[in-house]
Design a protein around this ligand. Structure first.
Ligand SMILES: [Zn+2]
Length: 506
């Protein structure tokens, strides 16, 4: 296509994203046996072709930094770069998906466990020796077969993005496209790890000794998976009440949970429906699906609240926002809203009102939730620090597995495996978006508490503000800009440290 314009790219880009999202929704929710994505990619080839990449790169280079055009061009180019990499790596990704679907872990005694079942088996295996045997077998399979493919994917993706010459290298290209200063965020992560070190050594040691019956020095990542599952609270989060309770809470804060019929809840069981929950914005803001297969328990409540944050965000976006600020932009924002809702499960007042824990168990539940939160935060800080080494080029590729084990084990106090060094990596620094989202939800929570009181989640004045000031704006801003606009404190880990400390001593 010789004369693709930004206007045409927006129009066809939106039609392409809608078609893709609809097809994925139908397949993953069990309405179709398979997602037929190839015809969609063919029909919209010009949307992801070299012409579109060139057009958005020129627009980004020629726009005045900080202007609205620059903001638009940054979001469009980020999307084009990601799509370009996905298309170039599609064949390798198909091989990876096929491997994950078919791989089998073989134990010494002849038993076989499908690779995709291993995480669940590790979480539910109460016999530690069995857990070690399974994890040893997983480790050798992953090291032999999956790790080399994943390492190849990481290297090829890095080379591809560097060849687009958006900035000097992979890291600075990501910073230019995302607006996230990775080195500054890494500094915050180092400080967070230092400041919570003594606290984590205490609670980790105590939990490992009491709940796993082993000494803290022996604990592995497989033990962490079993430790953090905490099924003892599940009876207080009954499956039948989950959707009505959450809808009631959203109504009490003055938000229509269906967004006038635009948000559609799909919690029904259906053959072919995947067990992993997701939010599918098929048309933004007119048709947004929340898809979940409920099993009951605290984890399900958290998943529902998380996907609800995404769903309400998409269903309440202003319709007149351009395509790129509804469909694209900084995902720290939508992840921040998802976390704002899933973090209601850390709130004592919310738990008393909407769960069956009762006054007596709320403090105990919050301590367990804080332990899990601190573990995940320390893990994500460590992941970002490691991923900066992975892409930084100063550490030779062959030394990365040792660096991975040192950094992740050091931060979490659970021993990690070298074979996971190229497997446990989210593409394109998604860990940084999560860390920003974590900070954003904490800042927004403090703002909501000061404007609408401790129980903002049932204050009928809070919802309309959230819809207007937060959801309505889509993803036009970066997380830090959004926090500043709504009068929140600058993004940092400090409010998270405060809330974790408060829950641990409660
Ligand atoms: Zn999410």
């Amino acid at each position: 296509m010789a004369d693709l314009t930004l206007g045409a790219l927006r129009r066809d880009g939106e039609a392409f994203m809608e078609a893709l999202s609809r097809e994925q929704h139908l397949a993953l929710a069990g309405f179709k046996p398979n997602a037929e994505l190839r015809p969609i990619y063919e029909r919209f080839a010009h949307v992801l072709g070299p012409g579109a990449l060139e057009l958005t790169r020129d627009a980004f280079r020629s726009a005045t930094q900080g202007s609205e055009d620059w903001r638009s061009a940054r979001a469009l180019l980020d999307w084009q770069v990601e799509s370009h990499a996905s298309r170039e790596l599609a064949e390798l990704d198909e091989r990876l998906i096929a491997w994950e679907a078919n791989a089998v872990v073989r134990l010494a005694d002849g038993r076989e466990v499908p690779y995709q079942r291993v995480a669940v088996e590790l979480a539910t295996q109460t016999n530690r020796d069995e857990r070690i045997v399974l994890d040893d077998a997983r480790d050798s399979l992953v090291g032999r077969e999956l790790a080399p493919m994943r390492a190849e994917r990481l290297q090829r993706e890095r080379d591809l993005i560097e060849s687009l010459e958006i900035a000097a290298d992979y890291i600075t290209s990501f910073e230019a496209l995302s607006g996230i200063d990775l080195r500054a965020l890494a500094g915050e992560c180092e400080r967070f790890l230092r400041e919570t070190d003594a606290m984590w050594t205490d609670v980790h040691g105590d939990a490992v000794r009491r709940q796993l019956g082993i000494s803290p020095g022996e604990a592995t990542r497989a033990d962490a998976i079993a430790l953090l599952r905490a099924p003892r609270f599940d009876p207080y989060f009954p499956v039948v009440e989950m959707e009505p309770v959450v809808r009631r809470q959203v109504s009490e804060m003055g938000i229509d949970p269906t967004a006038g019929g635009r948000a559609i809840y799909d919690l029904a069981a259906r053959p072919g429906k995947r067990s992993r929950a997701f939010c599918a914005p098929v048309r933004i803001p007119r048709e947004v699906y929340l898809v979940l297969l409920p099993h009951g328990g605290a984890t399900d409540y958290r998943t529902l609240l998380h996907e609800l944050g995404h769903t309400l965000h998409f269903a309440y976006m202003r319709e007149d926002l351009p395509f790129e600020f509804r469909w694209l932009g900084d995902n720290s924002i939508t992840e921040g809203y998802a976390m704002l809702f899933d973090h209601l499960l850390h709130d004592a007042g919310w738990l008393q009102r909407y769960s069956a824990l009762g006054k007596g168990r709320v403090a105990e539940y919050r301590r367990a939730a804080a332990l899990e939160e601190l573990q995940f935060l320390r893990r994500y800080c460590a992941k970002l620090l490691y991923e900066l080494q992975l892409y930084g080029g100063d550490v030779p590729w062959s030394s990365l597995p040792d660096a991975y084990v040192d950094i992740l084990s050091g931060a979490t106090l659970f021993r990690y495996r070298a074979s996971d060094a190229f497997v446990d990596v989210d593409p394109r620094f998604y860990s940084a978006r999560y860390l920003r989202a974590w900070q954003l939800q904490a800042a927004l929570r403090e703002t909501l508490v000061s404007a609408f009181d401790e129980d903002w989640y049932r204050n009928p004045r809070a919802g309309p503000w959230v819809v207007r000031e937060l959801f309505g704006e889509g993803q036009r801003e970066l997380a830090a800009e959004l926090a500043e606009r709504v009068g929140a404190r600058p993004l940092s880990f400090d409010p998270l440290i405060r809330s974790i400390e408060a829950a641990l001593v409660a």
